[in-house]
Design a protein around this ligand. Structure first.
Ligand code: UN1
Length: 497
């Protein structure tokens, strides 16, 4: 099956069957392909090519650059099913979510196409007669993109679609766990480039399937003005100082520890459904996954009961086959989950679920039942992001305490409140409310649309990707003062003669 999918997606056999590094599906641990890992030298060559491609691409008018992204979106529409399947196969998320991820790519492409005609600056009043001031936005350079296994295609597309219309070339280092998805996206983009014609330079977009050295080479190179990295806080701690040391810019989208405050006035049917999708979906491996439920004491028992019933009915199995929860990415993820549960147990928490499933059918596939962990207080264990389906449940009495708990973690990505009390809802999204980049009312913390800026504060890294005015991050700002008079007045009234 892999050969027929890869063929339709346009990935040449050599690229995924001839290397020395085995790519495995988390579904059953079997091999999907063999890729070659590049080292620092190969990256060096790619950076030089990306620089050349940038120099040509920045001259192409932005709306014409948008046309390339439009053609790419058409490729994605035509191959949504195949690419969605490949995502499911390589990272283990269920097919509905694999397809959703491809849709998210299409959505950002559509946004970027429109944006390509709207890369606008300002005109600014000058204090000097016969002078114009304005602000212009120019292409930035080759952009380095680092992405994680859990969303192997969409975050690349958020960055790539905007960076391309903004006139930049791309160098993408995907997770070593999901290189085939990257090769497939690259192949579809190359097809769009062929259709587009000669003004798309050959190396406009490149993929680096590489090891750690390759990543470091990319991050350290001063020819790469912007590194946009999605992944763990640990990764961000390594990347950010290296980029800063050479005065590069970075967009960081790192860990989350997303909470829901569930107030007594909430519509509980809606809340339970929202909890299920956001805590259990993607087997708890979204950066926006709901990890903490802060529930009012008066409804705590009822909510926990309803959740246990809902959790007991979750179908766990092959993500291609219509189950709700697929496997964790690998054995390490499984072990991290088990060690977090073990610590919780030692601390006296009440634990529901969390066991391994289907070990007989898939000895090398790590399926687990999502866990509900009732804890007395928010301690270090709860404050730490474990990238697995563990939902910590804690009670509150006073809304202000709930809000303080929402904010009392090192991460600041997403958050939500379920309430029908307008005071609580508006407080949550106010300046004294949630400190996260995303704060929702009566919907869960995950599953954001691409129209808004996506990202968060504190250890989440502070970056924003996707919609709003994020396109500006992929351009350089220039202030222009133009004198169309015959005088040379100085600003601030200075006389210099
Ligand atoms: C991620 O988990 O890295 O809001 C991205 C969401 C998705 C993106 C998640 N649109 O959950």
């Amino acid at each position: 099956m892999i050969d027929s999918i890869m063929k339709r997606l346009g990935v040449s056999h050599d690229l995924y069957q001839n290397g020395n590094y085995t790519v495995r599906t988390p579904i059953d641990g079997s091999a999907m392909g063999q890729v070659s890992l590049e080292g620092a030298e190969a990256v060096e060559e790619r950076i030089a090519k990306a620089q050349q491609a940038f120099e040509a691409w920045r001259k192409v008018p932005a709306p014409r650059r948008g046309e390339l992204v439009r053609l790419f979106a058409q490729q994605l529409r035509d191959h949504k099913e195949d690419l969605g399947r490949l995502v499911t196969w390589e990272c283990g998320k269920i097919l509905q979510e694999g397809l959703g991820e491809v849709q998210e790519m299409i959505d950002i492409c559509d946004l970027a196409v429109g944006q390509s005609r709207q890369l606008y600056g300002l005109t600014i009043a000058s204090e000097r007669p016969g002078h114009h001031m304005r602000e212009s936005w120019h292409p930035l350079g080759p952009i380095g993109l680092i992405t994680a296994f859990n969303f192997p295609v969409a975050p690349w597309a958020w960055n790539a679609a905007l960076a391309l219309v903004c006139g930049n070339s791309l160098l993408w280092k995907p997770s070593e766990k999901t290189p085939l998805c990257a090769l497939a996206c690259q192949a579809l983009l190359e097809r769009a480039m062929e259709e587009f014609g000669d003004d798309a330079p050959k190396d406009l977009s490149q993929v680096i399937i590489g090891d750690r050295d390759a990543g470091e080479r990319l991050v350290d190179d001063p020819r790469i003005p912007l590194i946009s990295a999605t992944g763990s806080t640990r990764m961000g701690r390594e990347v950010a100082p290296r980029v800063a040391a050479r005065f590069g810019r970075s967009i960081l989208e790192l860990g989350g520890n997303n909470a829901m405050i569930l107030a007594p006035s909430a519509d509980l049917d809606m809340a339970v459904r929202a909890i299920l999708f956001s805590a259990v979906g993607t087997a708890g491996q979204r950066c926006t996954t709901l990890r903490r439920l802060i529930v009012h004491e008066s409804i705590r028992d009822e909510v926990v009961d309803r959740l246990k019933k809902a959790y007991a009915g979750i179908r766990i199995g092959d993500p291609m086959e219509g189950y709700l929860v697929g496997p964790l990415i690998d054995s390490q993820a499984y072990e991290q989950m088990q060690s977090a549960l073990e610590r919780a147990r030692q601390q006296g928490a009440k634990i529901f679920g969390g066991e391994r499933h289907l070990a007989d059918t898939y000895p090398d596939g790590y399926y687990v039942s999502p866990a509900i962990v009732e804890v007395e207080q928010q301690d270090d264990l709860v404050r730490h992001e474990t990238f697995a389906p563990i939902l910590y449940v804690m009670g509150y009495r006073d809304f202000d305490d709930a809000l303080a708990m929402n904010n009392d973690v090192p991460q600041g990505l997403s958050s939500c409140v379920f309430t029908t009390d307008v005071r609580e809802a508006e407080t949550f999204v106010s300046a004294v409310g949630s400190d996260c980049g995303i704060a929702n009312v009566n919907i869960g913390p995950s599953g954001a649309e691409i129209g808004g800026a996506f990202g968060g504060e504190k250890e989440t890294g502070g970056g924003r990707e996707s919609g709003s005015d994020v396109w500006k991050s992929y351009m350089r700002r220039q202030t222009n003062t133009v004198n169309y008079s015959r005088e040379l007045p100085l600003a601030q009234g200075i006389k210099f003669d």
